[in-house]
Every structure is written in structure tokens, then in C-alpha cells.
Write a protein that binds this ligand. Structure first.
Ligand code: ADQ
Length: 468
């Protein structure tokens, strides 16, 4: 492990860290605003606090005030976004144009110029706010596909700050990316940064190819591209989780008690299969459920011995494609349970809700087999959380080869989720796997996850930015 405290910090009160992301890391409570939970927020907050930095983003509420909020020792600068803009910038351009296109065009994207105009306006608002509030010489770290024009807009106003951008989702190959009517604008927007970070080496390569083809940028070294007197470092920085925290929570007595309660409640099945995802059409939830249903139909699995628990988090519920996806998943579950449930014992247990981490960890531990089968995913933290939670050294991960996590977790059962037969076979192989094979595979995956936690990830990106 690189040990995040051994080197001098890449950010300091002299070079504070200013973060920008679509969402501020806060939620409203009865007593006002509180920071929201989650590994990324926990990893970044202390760095922002120590460097006396700040965070720019949207509160999650339309037309909110843009007055500064001070929570947990950091200054948060809200960007006010109207309901109309949310429809166009967020639900439209970010989630109906970019999201499907960047995920292998698994659904058709909408290309509407009014959505693009709102995306430009909101990106400019972010950049203006960053330009106003960033101290001289600050490190500005911009997150994700919602804000791809911010690097260029910010550079136009502030040449003294260092600008980094990290993409949490895949960056598509040129053949797909060039469908975007505003492809050159996006590339030029990103090239305003000093460091561009991607989850996988492949995403970084895709970007370099697009920058060359669509903007005439030249690759001057392995990870450096050059355009108009400005050089940009392009690298991959695979994100991770707070490994120590997952292990700690997973080892507690309360968790062990919850695990045995869960098993009893599920009717003490031999094998618990588990899926945990945002209810997103990229996650391959429907195919996974169909594969399970087919295995029950064919008698290769038995609903008395094999039980599937699917936890789905509500997400982007105002977007039509997400409503359709939810209807389809719930229909599949209904059909499978109709055929295979017994009174009081469904074959698939389904929860459509967000769970607190104290409920999620016992479920991970109770899961003998974790099914992570997206058609495309930038990283997929659920896979890493499952592995970190399995302090017992047991458990099998069935993992789509189209996730970033597959690069590091090569001891999972890697599967092509488009191949129905392969998916069914992988599930059966997981169910039948002997502990002599399960345990070494899990041990290797646990080593891979423990070798890089989210603090190391933040540190390595900020080191690159500091050296830019
Ligand atoms: P997501 O698409 O949201 O993230 P993922 O990486 O799996 O996907 O993260 C989901 C997070 O939500 C996990 O931390 C998980 O514990 C949590 N979660 C899921 N369902 C939950 C539930 N019902 N209740 C509570 N928590 C739940 C995007 C990209 C990913 C990339 C991450 C981080 O799409 O590819 O890994 O950002 O960069």
C-alpha cells in the first residue's frame, strides 16, 4: 500500500483543494444540512477540510439559493439550477444523451439542441462560480460527465489554478463518441484541464484518440496530449472504496448476528445469491434475473435451496427509460415468483429502496454469491464492497467483464452478460464451486482490493495534479 500519510500532501492551505461535482455532498435533515454518507465523500472531505478548500455543486433541490453553506468545517457553494434546466441539462443532456452513449450506446441517446444549450449554460455557471471562489493557485478537481465543459470555461478566466477532471463512467470509443453532434466542443472543453483522469486505461486511450481525430491534439508522450500551447496529462486512476471501514463494520458482532437473522428470515437456504445496484438499465439486472429464472425452470437450481435477493436503489425516476426499466424488472420478478415461490418463501426477494450501510454490509456477508453483471460500468464499487465485507474469506463474485473492476478482480468468475448461456453457466459454476477453489479466489480478490483504497485513489490523482 502506498500509505497516504507518508508523503507531503499534494494540497495544502497554500494550495487548497476546490471540488466541483454535479451534487454537493449534503442532504437536508430536520436540523438543516448534513454531509451525506459514502466512501467518496468520506475520502475527499478531510482533504478539503485540511487544505481549507471548498466544494461547488447543486443541492439536489431546484431553484435553491446560491448562498454559501458551511457544514462540517467546509464551505459549500451551491449552484442554483431551475426546474427547466434540470429537465434539459441533467435529465436531458447528462442522462439521456451522454449516459447511454458513454455506456456502449446500450440505449438510443436523445440529441436535442435545447438540452445542449442548457448543458453549456449550467457548465458556464459552475465555471464562473469556481473562478470567483477559488483562491490563487488552488487545485480545482472537477468530477464527471455532467461538467465536461467546465475545464475550458475555467481556464479562460483563471490561468493561475490547476485544473483536474475525473470521469466516473466509461469514456466511449471514437466510433460511438463521434455520434455526438457536439463532440468537438466536448473534447475542447476537456482539454482545458491539466490532468484528465479515467477509470481504465482503455477510457484514457479512447479520449486520446478522440482528441486527436476531432480536435487535432497531438500525443507528445505516452500520457500527454498537446493542443494550442497547452499540454494535458491523460491517465487512469481506478477508484476504490474505504476498505478499512467496510472490514471494520463487517467484522463486528452486530453484523454477525444480522447475518444469521437474514439467513433465518430467508428460510435457511443453502445458497443466497445477491444483487445490489442502482436501478439502471446499464446494470444488467433484468438479464441476471432471467438467467436465474431459467435455471429454476430447467431444474439446474431449486427455489427451496437457492434464493436470490435483489436490492435496487431508486434513481433518475423522472426519466422515462428508468421507469420502463423498473416496470420490466418488476414484471420479471413477478413472473419468476409466480412460477417458483412457495407460500411465505419467494424465489426472489426484492427491495426497491436505499439501505443504510449498516443494513447493506450484513447482506453482503450473507450473500454466498454476488452477481454484478452490468453491460458496461466505469468501475462498480459494489463488487469491491462485497469483497471487502467478506472478512470470512469465503464467497463467490460473478462479475461482468465489462466493468472497470474486472481489471483488478481477475479472480472473480468473469462473464459476458450479453451471453445468456454463459451467464447461466457462471451462476451454476458459482453455486457448485468447492470451498478449496472459493477461498483462494476470494483471498486474491481481497488482496487486490486492500492494496488500493479510496484515499490512495484521491492521493494519486492529486499527486498528478500537483505535478502538472
Ligand atoms: P454507480 O453507477 O452508482 O456509480 P457503483 O460503483 O456500483 O455504481 O456504486 C454504487 C454505490 O451505491 C455503492 O457504494 C453501493 O453500496 C451503493 N448502493 C447501491 N445500491 C444501494 C442500496 N439499495 N442502498 C444503499 N446503497 C446502495 C458511478 C459509476 C461507477 C463507479 C462509481 C464511482 O457508474 O462505475 O464505480 O460511480 O466512481
Amino acid at each position: 500500500m502506498s500509505g497516504i500519510n507518508e508523503q507531503p500532501p499534494p494540497v495544502s492551505p497554500e494550495r487548497p483543494l476546490v471540488l466541483a461535482a454535479n451534487r454537493l455532498p449534503i442532504r437536508r435533515t430536520e436540523d438543516g444540512w448534513a454531509t451525506s454518507p459514502g466512501g467518496l465523500v468520506r475520502a475527499l472531505l478531510p482533504i478539503v477540510q485540511e487544505s481549507k478548500g471548498s466544494w461547488v455543486g447543486w443541492t439536489g433541490e431546484a431553484d435553491s439559493s446560491s448562498e454559501m453553506i458551511h457544514v462540517d468545517g467546509i464551505d459549500l457553494h451551491p449552484i442554483s439550477i431551475s426546474d427547466r434546466e434540470l429537465e434539459r441539462y441533467y435529465e436531458g443532456f447528462a442522462n439521456d444523451t451522454l449516459w447511454p452513449l458513454y455506456h456502449d450506446a446500450i440505449r438510443d441517446s436523445g440529441y436535442r439542441s435545447e438540452d445542449w444549450d442548457a448543458y453549456v449554460d449550467v457548465n458556464r455557471r459552475f465555471a464562473d462560480r469556481l473562478a470567483e471562489i477559488s483562491p490563487p493557485g488552488a487545485n480545482v478537481w472537477i468530477h464527471d460527465y455532467h461538467l465536461q465543459l467546465v475545464p475550458m470555461f475555467l481556464r479562460e478566466r483563471r490561468q493561475d489554478v490547476r485544473i483536474g477532471w475525473f470521469n466516473h463512467i466509461p469514456f466511449p470509443p471514437l466510433e460511438l463518441f463521434q455520434r455526438l453532434p457536439w463532440r468537438a466542443e466536448i473534447i475542447r472543453g476537456l482539454l482545458g484541464a491539466d490532468v484528465l483522469g479515467f477509470q481504465r486505461a482503455r477510457g484514457a486511450r479512447n479520449f486520446v484518440a478522440a482528441a486527436h481525430q476531432l480536435a487535432g491534439a497531438t500525443e507528445v508522450a505516452d500520457d500527454l496530449v498537446h493542443l494550442d500551447d497547452h499540454t494535458v496529462q491523460v491517465g487512469h486512476f481506478p477508484i476504490s472504496i474505504d476498505v478499512d471501514e467496510f472490514e471494520l463494520l463487517a467484522s463486528g458482532r452486530a453484523t454477525r448476528q444480522r447475518v444469521s437473522q437474514i439467513r433465518t428470515r430467508l428460510g435457511d437456504p443453502e445458497v443466497i445469491l445477491l444483487g445490489v445496484d442502482r436501478l439502471d438499465y446499464t446494470k444488467g439486472i433484468g438479464s441476471r434475473l432471467r438467467a436465474f429464472g431459467q435455471l429454476l425452470d430447467d431444474g439446474r437450481l431449486d427455489a427451496e435451496r437457492h434464493v436470490l435477493v435483489q436490492i435496487a436503489t431508486p434513481t433518475r425516476e423522472r426519466v422515462e427509460l428508468y421507469q420502463e426499466e423498473r416496470r420490466e424488472i418488476e414484471q420479471i420478478i413477478g413472473e419468476i415468483n409466480g412460477r417458483h415461490a412457495r407460500l411465505g418463501f419467494p424465489a426472489i426477494h426484492y427491495l426497491y429502496r436505499m439501505l443504510p450501510v449498516e443494513d447493506l454490509i450484513p447482506l453482503y456477508r450473507a450473500g454466498d454469491i454476488m452477481l454484478v453483471t452490468p453491460f458496461r460500468d466505469g468501475m462498480n464499487l459494489v463488487a469491491k464492497e462485497y469483497v471487502a465485507a467478506h472478512v470470512d474469506g469465503d464467497g463467490v463474485l460473478v462479475l461482468s467483464e465489462f466493468t472497470g473492476a474486472a481489471d483488478e478482480l481477475s479472480d472473480a468468475l468473469l462473464v459476458n452478460p450479453h451471453d445468456e448461456q454463459a451467464l447461466q453457466d457462471a451462476i451454476v459454476q458459482a453455486v457448485e464451486m468447492h470451498r478449496h477453489e472459493r477461498r483462494p479466489r476470494m483471498e486474491a480478490m481481497r488482496t487486490a482490493v486492500a492494496d488500493a483504497n479510496v484515499g490512495d485513489w484521491a492521493r494519486s490523482f492529486l499527486d498528478a495534479l500537483a505535478g502538472a
